[in-house]
Design a protein around this ligand. Sequence first.
Ligand code: BES
Ligand code: ZN
Ligand code: ZN
Length: 493
Amino acid sequence: MKFTITTKSLHDLTTEALVIFGGEEQPNLLEKNLDKIFGGHIGRLRKSQDFSGEAGKTRLILRDGKLPRVLLVGTGKNSEITLEKIREAASTAVLELKKLPIKTASVLLPKFGKFRPAEMAQAVVEVAILQNYEFPYYKKPEAKKVTLENLELVAPAKAQLKSVQKGAAVGQIIGTVVTEIRDLGNHPANKATPTHLAEHAQTIARSAKNIRVTVLHRADIEKEKMGALLAVAQGSDEEPKFIILEYRHSKKAPTVVLVGKGITFDSGGISIKPAEKMEEMKFDMAGAATVMGIVKIAAELKLPFNITGLLPTTENLPSGKALKPGDIIRSRSGKTIEVVNTDAEGRLILCDALDYAKKYHPDLVIDFATLTGAIVAALGEELIGAFTNHKAYFQRLQAAAEATGEKLWPMPLEKSYEEMIKSDFADLRNIGTTRYGDSIHAANFLKQFVDYPWIHLDIAGVAWTTREKPYRPKGATGTGVRLAVKFLQNFKK
Ligand code: BES
Ligand code: ZN
Ligand code: ZN
């Protein structure tokens, strides 16, 4: 998708459609000007309530049968406007344009109170890319839907041209990378293997010169004594990979380590899952994909930090060689673990990565993992479950959640529950003695491997969607990337 930024006057726009946002109150100046060109047509639609500015409502009009058309898109009450409302309106607009179908359009960026033109441009560009997203790889070429090809952003005035350009450029980087991350989640497990993820990481490093990639193969993982990762991998014929992506800004810059769960297929192992919906467990590598995306964007935006992504990746399958309930394994940290349930494999591969993270003396570690079904039961599909040992960083993450619409909810690292992950035979057991509160047991388990400021994000609910949502089609959503990038853009030690 191509973007152009202009300050052309309304008369000079030549695309197939002009998109204009309008709230429920007073029409903004742009709308008034457009109304003049359209001989009062928009004003009449307003009067008759055919277009009220209600969020999610649209109206398409043609001027004497002449192009361009105008697509009016409601943004709701002006007093309640947020960037997310603007994103949702932009998403509605793109859906309508695709339906027509239309390949070129101009979006008029209005002045919306507190939002800077750069933020507006970034939001519109991100949404345009994310709403335009298709996953065509396994269908006949004829099945490919018409997509929007050119979007022109019309800056409110010359003075804002530069900042609109900047915002749009950032939006384009973020939107594009999120679509790549979605692709990784949507590719089936026979394509998106640990080896494929490692190759993807190498592709990222080839395109971004300031990223270095290291892939640890089985022998290297053995040398590192990552016994928990190896234990999960032992049931599968696919080779496990421990992928390290390093983006270096400068010696003095703060160090952030990102860890991502990379189970490319989670059958549950010997504690096998029911058949229903098991096919969705190809997205159990969403955390790893998310981290790859964040590192790539951070490098492209040259954020002033040293950021390392650590991705333990493997399949979780049953076989004659597979890990069995009751097996006791030794993790990289030296702590032994009784594997009571082989389906609680995410915390196993993560504990070795969290231990490895200590090498970097990080100022902060954030892990992203589709870790527990329990978080989906507790918080549903819209909220990330967030656990932390560092309140101040967490508050800043919450601010980023508000700004990006990628919402999270604070969850407790309940100390008294730690009793329930103690084993009679080993240092730890990988599930609690009760199934209730499993998201907390999982987080408490990870906490045993952490000695630095840390945020654990359980993205099991948000990483995948079975119904269409604004700018998130069915399948992998890429949720978490925009959140983390926003957080990092404002990060201070
Ligand atoms: N990958 C799953 C968690 C999951 C479930 C993600 C549903 C997305 C949707 C994880 O490895 C798992 O299987 N967890 C078990 C833990 C249980 C055995 C204690 C679960 O949640 O059922
Ligand atoms: Zn599992
Ligand atoms: Zn899993």
